[in-house]
Design a protein around this ligand. Structure first.
Ligand code: AMP
Ligand code: GLY
Length: 419
């Protein structure tokens, strides 16, 4: 199949790696891609993934049979819509359904209408409303920017002044949500949707805070692992029945079917499962641990979702072994990452058994050809093993071989998980 993948992160690299591992040989092109993706497939660095018209023209001219939209920005910008209008199969929701991720207010409204369990929340447009909501819901305080904020829009704090400061920053860009604090383990569950039917992938856990022990600021995600051996057995079915199906049906009723990846960010509270967020795309870095375990060909699932034929597919199968990913980030991430520094040791790192490296923010220096870091999260080191201890030791052995001045990573990803 001729497949166009939009995006340039480790998630897109993991998607490409998974497509390349299939028995069927695909013709894959990524726009814009990065230096790591360019080692594996063709890239189109000048095709702007946010320009729906340009992407559609490219797809038509190049006979693309499936477009996979990786990141949230092109989804929220509505890039799927002109593609779909022209009859090109596209994995990713249109502009309105992508509001499930793009607007927390939209997501809460859909959840309310569909009866999906989520935290109580108040939308506030002024500081006075924020303070009233903080006092009504009590500490710990949870304040969320309403729109996209690259994983940095949420603050969870015991400090009321910090909560007010965070809210006042995001109020300049629009409204904020003050939410009840939910206590429990977090789970990311991905469901492929064709607008009517959903099929679940394997659950994963993401580590959102920058520092060991879940300290420091929220990030896009510093590591992940899969499977989650501690989950209740009926967990996935319960999420399908109480979260995913009601949400997909609600959007279908509203004439804005959700075709793509429904990412359910969940907390397992003592009172049951609660949704803390929806995303409209694969998670990063969870994708890096979910896809390597998937036995079912990824292209079949994505194509079936894009063409409305998911009900003819079996539930995807996953290998029993475990995967762990550790993210290497630039100095200064997440506030102000320092970019342009050289990266060394990747061949040595990839030589560790069962290790692959997904590139996130890398480029080749035009003059020297040297690999350099171009952003906050630079690489995802992914390791497979028969136990978490084995996968962890491989991941950390590999990351220890990579050189990037000032770089940071967590040392406690999947620590203490046993199988
Ligand atoms: P979000 O961007 O909504 O996923 O939030 C980022 C992180 O903030 C989540 O992964 C949680 O760790 C935390 N968080 C979000 N909402 C809540 C909540 N209501 N209660 C506790 N923690 C939360
Ligand atoms: N890992 C969190 C996200 O992809 O939003």
């Amino acid at each position: 199949m001729k497949i166009l993948v939009l995006g340039s992160g480790a998630r897109e690299h993991a998607i490409v790696t998974s497509l390349l591992s299939e028995e069927a040989a695909h013709d894959i092109v990524v726009a814009p891609g990065n230096a790591g993706i360019a080692q594996d497939v063709r890239v189109e660095p000048d095709l702007d993934p946010l320009d729906g018209i340009a992407v559609t023209e490219y797809a038509i001219e190049n006979g693309i049979e499936l477009v996979v939209i990786g990141p949230e920005a092109p989804l929220v910008a509505g890039v799927a819509d002109p593609l779909r209008t022209r009859g090109i199969p596209v994995f990713g929701p249109g502009k309105v359904a992508a509001q499930l991720e793009g607007s927390k207010t939209f997501a809460k409204r859909v959840m309310d209408a569909a009866g999906v369990p989520t935290g109580r929340a108040v939308r506030a447009s002024t500081l006075l409303e924020v303070e009233e909501a903080l006092d009504a819901l009590g500490a710990p305080y949870v304040v969320k920017a309403d729109g996209l904020a690259a994983g940095k829009g949420v603050l969870v704090t015991e400090d009321r002044d910090d909560a007010v400061d965070h809210a006042s920053h995001y109020l300049e860009q629009g409204s904020v949500l003050v939410e009840e604090f939910l206590d429990g383990q977090e789970v990311s569950l991905f469901l492929v949707s064709d607008g009517h039917t959903v099929l679940p992938l394997a659950p994963a856990q993401d580590f959102k805070r920058l520092l060991d022990g879940d300290a420091g600021p929220n990030t896009g995600g510093m590591g992940a692992y899969s499977p989650l051996p501690w989950l209740p057995e009926n967990f996935v079915d319960e999420v399908i029945d109480t979260v995913a199906i009601p949400t997909v049906r609600q959007l279908a009723r509203e004439q804005t079917p959700f075709i793509g990846l429904l990412y359910c960010g969940l907390i397992l509270t003592s009172r049951g499962i609660r949704v803390i967020e929806f995303n409209a795309r694969f998670g990063d870095p969870e994708t890096q641990v979910v896809l390597p375990r998937m036995v079912t060909p990824l292209s079949e699932l994505l194509f079936a979702a894009a063409t409305g034929s998911l009900s003819a597919q079996q539930r995807p199968e996953f290998a029993w072994d475990v995967t762990v990913t550790v993210v290497l980030a630039s100095e200064g991430y997440p506030e102000a990452p320092i970019t342009g520094r050289p990266i060394t040791g990747l061949d040595e790192a990839a030589a560790v058994p069962e290790v692959t490296i997904a590139h996130a923010a890398t480029a080749r220096d035009a003059q020297t050809g040297e690999l350099v870091a171009t952003g906050g999260r630079v690489l995802s080191v992914v390791a497979r093993g028969t136990t978490f201890a084995e996968a962890r030791s491989r991941a950390y052995e590999a990351i220890g071989r990579i050189g990037l001045e000032g770089s940071q990573y967590r040392t406690d990803i999947a620590a203490g998980v046993t199988v």
